[in-house]
Ligand binder design. Sequence first.
Ligand code: 13P
Ligand code: SF4
Length: 343
Amino acid sequence: MFDPVELQSKLSRADPGYYTLETCSEIARKLDRVVDLKRERNAVLLAHNYQRPEIFEVANFTGDSLGLALQAAEVEDAEVIIFCGVHFMAETAKVVSPSRKVILPNLQAGCSLADTADADDLTERIEELRREYSDLGVVCYVNTTAAVKALCDACCTSANAVDVIRAMPNRNILYVPDKNMAAYAASQLPEKNIIPWDGYCYVHHEIQPEAIQRIQATNPDIKVLVHPECRDDVIRLADAALSTSGMVNYARSSEADRFLAVTECGLSDLLAIQVPDKRFYRACKICRYMKMITLEDVITSLERLEPEITLPEEVARGAERAIRRMFELTASDRMPSSLMSID
Ligand code: 13P
Ligand code: SF4
């Protein structure tokens, strides 16, 4: 049973104005219901680091895109995966864990970055570029639909994009769909010709360098952690460019005690809750998609076991190949066994 007082003392570290005792009493009641339903349905709940703080309370695993893909592939006992994140992440969970029912509690939770790359447009662009570059390799960020992944040679996440592109045998690489990450990877890999797709994340692209410089001016020792979906004039101000879980690990293990996480605001909430002995400043924006899933949605989805994510067999196989290649090119020791056995 969740205790509203304990819940309030924890969650109010993220937002004291919102997490009042009254709100936390209501949240505690819903969390108890989720715990019962998870048991009844034999379900695990995976949550992305940007989700609402109350969702973390019932998550079996919280992480970045790479961590969530690994966890989804390693689910053993559960029959159902309740995926609290956005649509492309739930698709990835289905690709790597095809025998489980994967539920996205709110189907409106999409991703404007993934929406910038359409499979037909990508097919055309690949054909056009192959006429110019005979060795063209195509790498797609995990923030793409499964249909787009199926057209790519390898997938990557913010945690391993530079390593995946470096390990590709091709010099000429089409990187889909984030032009900011393409520019960041190009700055790290001068030996590659990285051709960007013209997409960006509306959340990260809006963050301005002045927001960081203002905080740095009064906190010269602050460690600035920037997500690689940010623009290059923002990444240049960073002590480290990291995935969301990379930021959490950095803040936990660093000797510094002040940090600025430059990404979606959910990460600042998570850091305030999970690393209470350190101080976190904010230069963040909210992703409307990541905040769409509520505890009510989770309860309804567990009661009805929908909306379910399904994929055409051919698309799933193509996407699985690109995801498997990511593990082969980087951390093969972390290759989930479920991917090893699939051809
Ligand atoms: P991470 O994989 O770093 O968590 O990023 C996912 C994402 O959507 C960032 O906007
Ligand atoms: Fe997509 Fe940007 Fe939201 Fe991440 S923060 S889910 S990239 S829209």
